[in-house]
Design a protein around this ligand. Structure first.
Ligand SMILES: [Zn+2]
Length: 298
């Protein structure tokens, strides 16, 4: 053997052995007869995305656990004409809202990651299904950015490893989201200064039927928090699962509000000393300094 060609041979061997390993366990890395396969049904409208679905699912299983990600049967479908993804109306189905076009795969990963986070939170909900919507939506939006990032970073193992243009588009999609959210004169929800404003922020957090633009506006108000939370999640991957516990630390319903509006971050830290630093940072991002809440208000 010509020694000068050894580095190329070694590289070739690494690529081939990686491909063989992937083919043995499926390019998604999923083990056959996985319980998640029984829980998740893919409708005909998304079945062409099946390999990418399982690739994203594996990323979420690695942080939330396969048990959590298979705890409830659900059907995933796409409605290209829908204004936004949704799973709140029927927990047994998750709707994506992907139009066709150049960013189709990026949209798929982005929307799916958001809804997988709702799904995981619901499986661990300790408050009878009740949540704090403005808080949960921000978590899901940050995890949508996280999903894009981890898929891009592990592209070599993705079902589309041979199509670098998809990776390029997805990374650009992520960078555009981060830039649009981190800069500009968007108003963060730190300016919320009354219970009424917070009730309104919460009411429009996921989007009300007939008011999609209102939901977009409220999402903009959480933009900086979303990027700050994404940064935290990228730094502390092993703590991400702690987010699923948030419903244990919600405060009572303020009079007149449909759902709770607050998280008790101090009590949460006290009850989970092992993740105290992460919860403290989370509270620092999501606090509402413009809103003083005394016990008579809640
Ligand atoms: Zn949502």
């Amino acid at each position: 053997m010509n020694l000068s060609s050894w580095p190329q041979c070694r590289l070739l061997f690494t690529v081939i052995s990686g491909l063989i390993a992937d083919s043995l366990i499926g390019c998604s890395g999923m083990v056959k007869n996985d319980r998640r396969r029984e829980a998740w049904a893919l409708d005909a409208s998304v079945v062409q995305n099946e390999d990418l679905f399982w690739f994203v699912m594996n990323k979420f299983s690695s942080v939330f656990g396969s048990d959590v990600m298979s705890a409830q049967a659900v059907t995933l479908y796409n409605d290209p004409g829908a204004r936004c993804p949704m799973n709140v109306l029927d927990p047994a189905s998750i709707r994506l809202a992907m139009p066709s076009g150049m960013n189709f795969w990026s949209q798929f990963v982005y929307q799916l990651s958001h809804e997988l986070t709702h799904y995981a939170i619901r499986q661990r909900n300790q408050a009878g299904g009740i949540g704090v919507r403005w808080f949960e939506e921000t978590i899901c939006e940050a995890m949508a950015l996280w999903g894009l990032r981890v898929v891009c970073d592990d592209w070599r193992r993705s079902p589309y490893f041979d199509r670098p243009i998809y990776q390029f588009q997805m990374r650009k999609y992520l960078e555009d989201e981060l830039r649009d959210n981190a800069s500009g004169d968007l108003t963060p929800f730190h300016d919320v200064s009354s219970i009424d404003e917070l009730v309104e922020l919460d009411r429009l957090a996921e989007g009300e039927p007939g008011d999609p633009l209102g939901a977009m506006h409220q999402r903009d108000r959480r933009a900086r928090e979303r990027v700050a939370l994404y940064d935290l999640l990228m730094r502390r991957r092993s703590d991400i699962k702690v987010l699923l516990d948030y419903t244990r630390h919600i405060q009572p319903v303020p009079s007149g509000a449909r759902d709770p509006l607050f998280i008790d971050f101090v009590e949460w830290q006290r009850n989970d000393v092992a993740h105290q630093d992460f919860i403290r940072e989370l509270g620092g991002i999501m606090e509402l300094p413009g809103l003083t809440v005394d016990s008579s208000e809640v």
